[in-house]
Design a protein. Structure first.
Length: 118
């Protein structure tokens, strides 16, 4: 059974940092790429960052470039999102998702809440 479990969310002041983790199991260890998404209250879910398993190539939405870093530990089947210089507008539920074959994000975690106070 495929599972993605996020952790690391919480409450932080503006300018602070958090590191989110996404542990994968049940067949996702050979994923094509992993993505991080977020959904703020009243807004649609949006792409944040992604990382390719084999090459390590990373991609970011413009609003987080220079502040967020996505990384992976293939031995631990875990993907991370290091978030620095957090802003109140980063407040959202953050989700990780697995794209197993380069077509679509099929598997999703349950989400972890990130709240940034001003």
């Amino acid at each position: 059974q495929v599972q993605l479990v996020e952790s690391g969310g919480g409450l932080v002041q503006a300018g602070g940092s958090l590191r989110l983790s996404c542990a994968t199991s049940g067949g996702t260890s050979s994923y094509h790429n992993m993505g991080w998404f977020r959904q703020a209250p009243g807004k649609e879910r949006e792409f944040v960052a992604s990382i390719w398993r084999t090459t390590g190539n990373t991609y970011y939405t413009n609003s987080v470039k220079g502040r967020f870093t996505v990384s992976r530990d293939n031995a631990k089947n875990t993907v991370y999102l290091q978030m620095n210089n957090l802003k109140p507008e980063d407040t959202a539920v953050y989700y990780c998702a697995a794209d197993l074959n380069g077509n679509a994000y099929v598997y999703w975690g349950q989400g972890t809440q990130v709240t940034v106070s001003s």
